[in-house]
Ligand binder design. Structure first.
Ligand SMILES: Cc1cc2nc3c(=O)[nH]c(=O)nc-3n(C[C@H](O)[C@H](O)[C@H](O)COP(=O)(O)OP(=O)(O)OC[C@H]3O[C@@H](n4cnc5c(N)ncnc54)[C@H](O)[C@@H]3O)c2cc1C
Length: 504
């Protein structure tokens, strides 16, 4: 049996941004790691080009154990036309359902990078100083955010695509309406390969972003983590991927930790269960996944002495979705639309009225004269996760009342757009006739906040040798899409933990 001091047995739970950074930096430091991921290793599941499904042709690859898709825009003209029945299997897009909040997550090697829109935005420094005063922000902006942007392959959208391509008519129309209402339009950097997209538009390569692929995965073009951090980590030969393997329990055993795992087939049949002891455990299962494992361990007495801050400081990054039906001249949004957003309305001054509304495509192959937006807002509320020992489930207290400040801020911007341009907020696309979503998020943040439930490098209070490395470290909101910052924070924490010998 190897000793903890010489060859630590290290597990990483989850392979999204936090897990991928940890895997690469540990492997480069010469450590062997088990990377345990409950979703599929898509690169092994199917040949290139056949891994992911289109948004408008969902199938067994689309949803994580659901019988039907459940898309953010549920209806068109009030008709249940968008969602389809799908086979119940280990697809790429998962939904964590709470009483009044649905959290969309990616499932598979690469986590959220498989299904997200690739928008790779560096948050504004003044806001990070407000929401994360516990870190040295200067270090983030001089070292870790530049490193994250470079490793992730972030690039500005191609000016010719936004300026001329019929696939970006939707964004040009919305930008013109921003200007008329006196709002600034900004470009939104992305990890999609803009050269590839240009070739798609010329018909020279198989289409991906231009063929309604995004939320169930992109077969080509997007630099998901399997093409960046994870590709490099796997190339070291030191990372052992255990796919379709869920960690169901973490418990302390002396100075080490025992992980219970369940391995399934893509159809959900349990293939085996196991218990494995590790000296070091890195939790990177995402805000919901990491917090759930820890709250369950706390409730069952598997881990004692954890902080009473565990489960707190959660938020949906102020996500509020809205669609406007445009009217009058210059209101066409195009029959073809790229799945990758490229511009946004910036009305952010760090106040509670702040809105960063990304202009979202709605690629249904019809001229809908509809401008969609994913608004990120500065909501002062936070949510708390608790573990219900009777049901064995984690609960979340986020509801419409907590979401209300986000809706109010978004509504003020949309009403100004409507007043200046004509048009109206659509109430026939979201659940229950709502004009503004207050019941789902793509950007769960918090639950195991840095310096509160952990020390300042992510080591869990009360559990030496257990480290948190993902979006659960960030309290509630960032003002921009979070994956660049999640990556940078993981880079920072790994640097500090390796330098301090905490992973030796
Ligand atoms: C549809 C959609 C669009 C988005 N668009 C953007 C965007 O454009 N830009 C942006 O910045 N962000 C976007 N996001 C959010 C972004 O993807 C997430 O913030 C990010 O992926 C979170 O990173 P993470 O490292 O915390 O965890 P994740 O990337 O969520 O990875 C966690 C991994 O852990 C695995 N896991 C969970 N529990 C267990 C367990 N018990 N055992 C084993 N494995 C487990 C999961 O399967 C998953 O692969 C989007 C998200 C979605 C869902």
């Amino acid at each position: 049996m190897p000793t903890a001091a010489s060859t630590p047995r290290i597990a990483i739970i989850g392979s999204g941004y936090g897990g991928a950074v940890a895997a690469l930096r540990l492997a480069q430091a010469g450590k062997q790691v088990d990377l345990i991921e409950m979703g599929q290793d898509w690169d092994k599941s199917a040949p290139e080009g056949a891994r992911f499904s289109r948004m408008d042709r969902p199938d067994a690859r689309s949803m994580w154990f659901e019988n039907r898709t459940d898309m953010p825009y549920t209806y068109l003209s009030g008709l249940d036309w968008i969602n389809r029945a799908v086979p119940y299997s280990a697809g790429a897009l998962g939904i964590e359902r709470f009483a009044a909040m649905k959290v969309y997550v990616g499932k598979g090697l690469g986590g959220g990078s498989l299904v997200n829109g690739g928008m790779a935005v560096t948050p504004r420094r003044s806001f990070v100083e407000k929401v994360m005063p516990q870190i040295d922000v200067n270090e983030m902006y001089t070292t870790y955010l530049p490193r994250a942007n470079s490793e992730l392959g972030v690039a500005q959208p191609a000016a010719d695509m936004i300026g001329n391509s019929p696939y970006y008519q939707f964004t040009r129309t919305a930008a013109a309406q921003n200007a008329k209402a006196g709002y600034q339009t900004v470009t939104v950097p992305n990890v999609y390969d803009w050269n590839y997209m240009r070739m798609e538009s010329f018909g020279r390569v198989p289409k991906s972003a231009l063929a309604s692929e995004v939320i169930f995965g992109n077969n080509y073009g997007k630099k998901s983590l399997t093409k960046t951090y994870l590709a490099k980590a796997l190339a070291t030969g030191r990372v052992n991927v255990k796919a379709l393997t869920e960690v169901t329990r973490i418990r302390r055993s002396g100075a080490a930790y025992v992980l219970s795992t369940k391995t399934i087939s893509a159809l959900g049949a349990v293939l085996n269960t196991a218990e494995t002891t590790y000296d070091k455990v890195i939790l990177a299962a995402g805000s919901v996944g990491t917090t759930r494992l820890l709250l369950k361990a706390q409730a069952n007495g598997d881990l004692t002495g954890l902080s009473d801050k565990l489960g707190k400081g959660w938020g949906p990054n102020g996500n509020t979705m809205v669609a406007r039906l445009l009217s009058g001249a210059n209101s066409t949004t195009g029959t073809v639309q790229s799945g990758i957003p490229a511009q946004g309305l910036m009305a952010w001054d760090d106040s509670e009225a702040s809105v960063f509304a990304e202009i979202a495509p709605f690629p249904v192959g019809l001229e809908t004269r509809t401008a969609g937006y994913l608004a990120l807002t500065n909501n002062p509320n936070t949510g708390t996760f608790t573990f219900n020992t009777t049901t064995g489930k984690m609960e979340l207290d986020w509801d419409a009342a907590k979401h209300a400040p986000s809706v109010a801020a978004t509504k003020a911007v949309m009403e100004r757009l409507n007043a200046a341009n004509g048009g109206a907020t659509r109430t026939d696309m979201l659940e229950n006739g709502k004009g503004y979503s207050d019941y789902f998020t793509y950007h769960p943040l918090g639950g195991c906040v840095l310096g509160q439930a952990t020390d300042l490098n992510g080591e869990l209070t009360g559990a030496p040798g257990v480290f948190v490395m993902d979006s659960s470290l960030i309290p509630a909101k960032l003002g921009v899409n979070p994956f660049v910052f999640i990556t940078a924070l993981a880079e920072r924490n790994m640097d500090k933990l390796l330098a301090a010998g905490r992973l030796a």
